[in-house]
Structures are given as C-alpha cells and as structure tokens.
Design a protein around this ligand. Structure first.
Ligand code: 8DG
Ligand code: CA
Ligand code: CA
Length: 333
C-alpha cells in the first residue's frame, strides 16, 4: 500500500522546524514532565505549520505570535548549522531515550516510565519479562504494542464506523454516533478511534448517571465481533481494542456516552485538535464564557459561571462566543 502523506503536511515549507519542535514537545512531556514547555513547543509548531513560506531567520520567527526568544534562537541555530545541539544531546541521553520508548506503550505515562527506567527496565523486551510491574491497561498496551504503533488509514475507520453503527442501531436505532478526533478533522490517517455516542433518553447531565452506566455497557456488549479487548469500562467512558478483520491490526477504540444536551460541546471538544480547543477556550474567555467538554457557560461579573447556554448544534457554540465557524477540516492546528 502506498503511504501517501497528507498533502498539507508534505507541502509545509517549515516542516523541518515543526519536526524538531514536536520532538522537543514530546521530550518535555515524557521526560521532564513540563507541560508548559510541551504546550509552548506544540503551539510554536502549529504556528509555523500555518505559514505559507519557509521562515528565513530566528528574528523573523520571533515576530510570530507564540514564538518567543528561546524558540526563535533554536530556529536560528537550525538555519545556521542544519542541526540542533539540544536534540543531539537528547538522542545521546540513554535515560531519556528509554523513557521515550516506554511511554509509547499505551497506559504507560511519564511517571511510570521513569519508575521503570529506575528499576533498570529500558526496552520493550525488558517489559515483557517484567509483566508483574504492569497494570491491566499497560498489559494490553504491551500485548498490542506493534499494532498500536501503526496509524489507521481513513478507509479502515470508515469501515469500522459502518460496522459499529450497524451493530449499535441494531440494538437501538435512537443512538447518535459520531467519530471525532483526527478522523473528523479529515486526516488521511489516525492514531486511534474516538467515538461519541448519545441517546435521547440521556438528558440533564449527571442526573441519570446510573442509566448511562448500564446503557454504555449494553452498547459495548453488543459490539461482539468488533471489540476484542477491554481496557476499562466506566460510567460514561469505554476504553478498549477493536479489530475489523483478522488480516488487519488491532486498533485503540474509545467510546464516550454523553447526555444529549451536552452532545455538541462533547463533539467539539473531542474533534480537537487540542491546540484548536485551547485557542477556542481562550477566545471564549475573552468573550466572557467558559467552555469545556460538557457545556458553554457565561461568566458573571462575580466570576462565577452561570447556567449552561442551551446548545443545539456545534455552530451555536461558535455563534455565542462570536468566533468565525471553522469546519472540522479547518481545526488541524
Ligand atoms: P490522533 O488520535 O490521530 O493522534 O489525533 P487526535 O484524534 O487529534 O488526538 P486524541 O489524543 O485521540 O484526542 C482526541 C481529541 O480530544 C483531541 O483532538 C482534542 C481532545 N483533547 C483535548 N485535550 C486532550 C487531552 O489532554 N487528552 C486527550 N486524549 N484528548 C484531548 O483537547
Ligand atoms: Ca484520536
Ligand atoms: Ca483518543
């Protein structure tokens, strides 16, 4: 199969800068656990990716919103020397490399990875010999390590969507199902599958939690032939593994069940991207609203959020905060 890249990405004239910025972002998240630096690098990469021309100097980069002194110096160093000392040092740091490798296992976060490395466990092979150190999620992550590393082509997610909908509607045709995440943003391939479900009988937030719990379990129980492993089964969130057919890899599948009055906020949130969400939340605040995956609420003069605004579509949310509507494909920040 041909591995054609997203044309937007392959034509990004700043892709080299974005590449090292994303690597630095992952390093800050996984090795240093510095979420502020992680966010700063990701923001900078996203700003550069949106530029129509290749940046010619650190000075030019610094003029862009979201690129400060330190990052512009790195860009300048890369332009001058064709490499970055910081990246080279990271590549030569065995501990950092081990932590980065272990965090690629689903369920292994930066803290767990650092613990494992401290115990002398530095490779996937080491992990396989020390399964007693892993919880259920991490064991599933290890079991499907190679499969979960593979991106999921759009066409496969479409086939999974069809199968999932057929199974769910067979159970109850009143469910609404939307696949969110990078798939909804039109990406040619995705890391996992983010499913959002709602049902007209689920209203008024947490009031019917018990109902929600049994409903999600009932839904997942009906996905036999698609779901092959369970990571966790909560009140409103299922995390698991699916496989479309024997000749294809196992895929990470998340399903969230939300009340119908929170559906559009949830669809917006889980469509992302996370950088886009942050931009939109900041804009909401500037307009006197607080936005999250559940609702949009006005902030009163006292600073206390008021009653949620009634929302009947994703567009409603953009309208209320006076943000120009962006189609999902335009949210790939
Ligand atoms: P991918 O799976 O193809 O790698 O990309 P994705 O679909 O954009 O990422 P994701 O990790 O599956 O997250 C799905 C959406 O959830 C994301 O686009 C935006 C929203 N989201 C945030 N913050 C966070 C967060 O901290 N963790 C996760 N898992 N999702 C988040 O806005
Ligand atoms: Ca995803
Ligand atoms: Ca996900």
């Amino acid at each position: 199969m041909s591995k054609r890249k997203n044309p937007r990405e392959s034509t990004n004239p700043n892709s080299e800068f974005c590449g090292f910025l994303m690597e630095l972002a992952e390093y800050e998240k996984n090795v240093n656990r510095n979420i502020h630096k992680y966010n700063a690098y990701k923001k900078a990469a996203s700003v550069l990716a949106a530029q129509p021309k290749r940046i010619q100097s650190g000075e030019e980069a610094k003029k862009l919103d979201g690129i400060g002194d330190k990052i512009s110096k790195k860009i300048e160093e890369f332009i001058q020397t064709g490499k970055l000392r910081k990246i080279e040092n990271i590549h030569n740091d065995e501990k950092a490399q081990a932590i980065s490798m272990l965090t690629r296992v689903s369920g292994v976060g930066p803290v767990k990875a650092a613990e494992l490395v401290k115990d002398g466990i530095i490779t996937i092979e080491d992990l396989k010999k020390n399964k007693q150190l892993l919880n259920h999620h991490q064991l599933i992550g290890l079991k499907y390590f190679e499969d979960f590393e593979k991106k999921i082509p759009r066409s496969e997610i479409q086939a999974i969507e069809n199968k999932l909908k057929a199974l769910v509607f067979d159970l109850d045709s009143n469910f609404t199902i939307t696949i969110c995440g990078s798939f909804r943003r039109g990406k040619p391939e995705s890391g996992d599958i983010d499913v959002l479900a709602t049902h007209p009988s689920l209203k008024l937030g947490g009031a019917k939690k018990k109902h929600g719990e049994t409903m999600l379990k009932r839904l997942v129980d009906h996905l036999e032939g698609l779901v092959i492993d369970v990571i966790s089964m909560g009140d409103t969130k299922f995390m698991g593994v699916c496989r479309l057919s024997d000749n294809l890899p196992a895929r990470r599948l998340d399903i969230r069940l939300t009340p119908s009055d929170q559906y559009h906020c949830a669809v917006l949130y889980f469509t992302g991207s996370d950088v886009f969400n942050k931009t939109m939340r900041t804009h909401a605040l500037e307009k006197g609203f607080t936005l999250n995956e559940y609702y949009l609420r006005p902030i009163g003069s006292t600073g206390v959020p008021g009653e949620p605004v009634p929302i009947t579509s994703e567009e409603d949310i953009f309208d209320f905060i006076e943000y120009p509507y962006k189609k999902p494909e335009e949210r790939n920040l």
